[in-house]
Ligand binder design. Sequence first.
Ligand code: ADP
Ligand code: MG
Length: 280
Amino acid sequence: MKAVDLPLANGENSPWDSGTAELGHILHPGELDLSHKVILYLEDISVSFDGFRALNRLSLTIDSGELRCIIGPNGAGKTTMMDVITGKTRPDEGRAFFGQTIDLTRLSEAEIASSGIGRKFQKPTIFENHSVFENLELAMKTDKRVRRSLFSVLDSAAADRIAETLELIRLAGAADRQAGLLSHGQKQWLEIGMLLMQEPRLLLLDEPVAGMTDEETERTGELFLSLAGLHSLVVVEHDMAFVRQLGGRVTVLHEGSVLAEGSLEEVQGDPRVIEVYLGR
Ligand code: ADP
Ligand code: MG
């Protein structure tokens, strides 16, 4: 909708004009509303598989720009939680909101992805026979906003974005390399880069450093720290050195609910956490 289509009172700018300083940024329908600084809100989410409660009244709030780690024993429901957020699994009960207004329980997986939630699975899904650069280019072309463009040639803004992303994921020197020839860690970074090309606001990363060397793990930590703020990240990980490096709040999941939440030091000192997870 163009601003000139709206009746304007007293010469004021249209409320649809996002540049209006006094009114602040006015949201369009379906746009992410971060006015309360919360990007993800889960309330009393329950999921059962054949009578088994994988999630049991799970409630969780992630702030905008936050870097949150989720830990907990195998079977605690960590991956199922990500399945609910991304629309792969529908909750039996509970509420799930992206920002203030986007009800995730009413959207398809594709709608959730295009609303700004990116998910990285454990196994990289890169195009092994294409170069690193081409992988990032292909990831961008699946972006609806780009596909709508009349031009299929890569414009300079797009080329700049690819170059920036290559720097961020530390693959600038390997842009022309065939992706299949990258190390395990580099493939993981490339997939994160492909996610970033879609400009997600919230990134979900399930055991991102599994199988990485110590050096790759530390570099991944640096990458995540550089993404936090502009993006919000929810990271499921068992590697406590990595969780310590990330330094944010930690949520401990157990039997489908939140058992504890706080700094890593706080949850590590919690006797219930030690009993079910850390003390094994
Ligand atoms: P985590 O990622 O914390 O290890 P999951 O979320 O993968 O845990 O699994 C939680 C529980 O739910 C496990 O007991 C698992 O076997 C069960 N589960 C997960 N997905 C399914 C499914 N699609 N069908 C049946 N059971 C499932
Ligand atoms: Mg899992």
